[in-house]
Design a binder for this molecule. Sequence first.
Ligand code: PLP
Length: 428
Amino acid sequence: MEYVESTKAFYEAQKVFPGGVNSPVRAFGAMERDPIFIEKGEGAYLYDVDGNHYLDYVLSWGPLVLGHSDSRVVDAIVEQANKGTSYGATTPIETELGILLQSLYPSMEQLRFVNSGTEATMSAIRLARGYTGRKRIVKFSGCYHGHGDSFLVEAGSGVATYGTSNSAGVPEEIANLTSTLPYNDMAALEDFFELHGNEVAGVIIEPVAGNMGLVPSNYIFLQRIRQLTEEFGALLIFDEVMTGSRAAYRGAQEAYSIQPDITTLAKVIGGGLPCAAYGGKREIMAFVSPLGSVYQAGTLSGNPLAMAAGLATLKNYHEEDFNQLVNYVERLKEAVLSLAEQYALPVQFQSFGSMFSIFFSETPVENYADAQASNQEMFKRFFSGLLDLGIYIPPSQYETLFVSTKHGEVEFQLTVEAIDKVFQSLCR
Ligand code: PLP
C-alpha cells in the first residue's frame, strides 16, 4: 500500500494542529508510524486519501453501529438540515430521543442532552457533588471518562497511550479530590470505603472497561460497589458512553442487572454526530438547573441534527441486530484463538457484547497493570501488519474494537485471513 497523500496531508496538518491532530490517538504515535487521512466511509469500510480502503474496526471509536453513511441516518440528517441546523430552543425531536433512551435505560428517569462524553461525565460528577454536598470522586485506574480535570488521574485511552497517566495543567487541589482504585480489586475497594466512605460524592466506573483494551468488571466487584455506595450515601455513576448499545442492547446495566444512580451516554446515541446525555433518578436530576442549583447548559445541546442522527440510528438498530454483532465477535474469537494456538502465540481475545480487544499476554487481563504488562511491541507489529493488509484497528493497545451491522461474512473471512498472515509474521 502507498501512503504518499496521507504523508503529505499529515505534514500540512502539523502546521495547523498540535501533533497534526484534533484528538491525540489519531496521530498513531504509539504505533510509530504516520496516520492515514480519511476521504470517506461507506458501510464497513474507510477510504483514505491515497485511494486505499480498510475494513474498519474503529467505527469512529464506537458510535457507528450501522456502519458508515447508512442511508437511513444520512437521509434523516439531510431532512433535518433542510429545516435548519440549530435553533437554541426546544424541539419535539429532543423529547422523542429522550423517551427512546428512557425506554432503553429505565434507570434514567430524567436526562439531559449535552455534546460529548466528556461533558456528560463532568456534569455527572458536578451533580453528584451538588446532590451529596461532598467533594471526593472515586474512579478506577485504566478507566477513561473524557478529559475533565477530575478524570485525568491514572486514566486509560489516549492518556495511557501516551504514557502520561496524569495530565499537566490539572491543579493538584483538583486532582487530590479524585481517588483512584485498582479495577476489579475487592480488597482495595473495601479498605478505601472503610476509611473514606463518608467523604465520597460519587463513584464513577466503566462497568465494562474499554479504555485499557477491553476488560470487563467482575460481577461481584460491581455489585459490591453498588452496596457500598448505597451504604455510605454516595452516588454510583455508570459511564456507559462506550458500553451503551454495545455491552448489551440496553447497556452494561442490563448485562449486570445493576441500577446506577446516574448514567452517562454518548457515541451510539448520536449516530456519529456530537451528542451525549446524563441522567438518573428523578430526585437527583431535580438538582439540575433550571429546576435545581447545579448549573449546566449548552448552546448546541439537543442539537436537531444530532437528535435526528441518533433517532435514525436507534430506531434502525434492534435487538436482533445487536445479537448479530455479538455472534460475529464470538465467531471471530474462536477463529483468532485457534490461529493463536496454531502459531503458539500468547493471545487473549477479550470481548463483551459487540466490543473486543486482543492482548498479547499469557494470562487474562483483569486490570490496568495487566494491560500495561501485555506485549506492546507485538501489538504494534500486529496493528501495522493489519493496516498494510487493509484492516484498520485502533492504533493503541488501550482501546477497543467494534463491529457494525455492515460487517458480514465477506468481512469476517477477510479479517481471519489477514490475522492468519500477521500472526505468521509475528512468529518470525
Ligand atoms: N467515557 C468513556 C467511557 C469514553 O470511552 C469516552 C471516550 O472515548 C468518554 C467518556 C469521553 O467521550 P468524548 O470523547 O465524547 O468526550
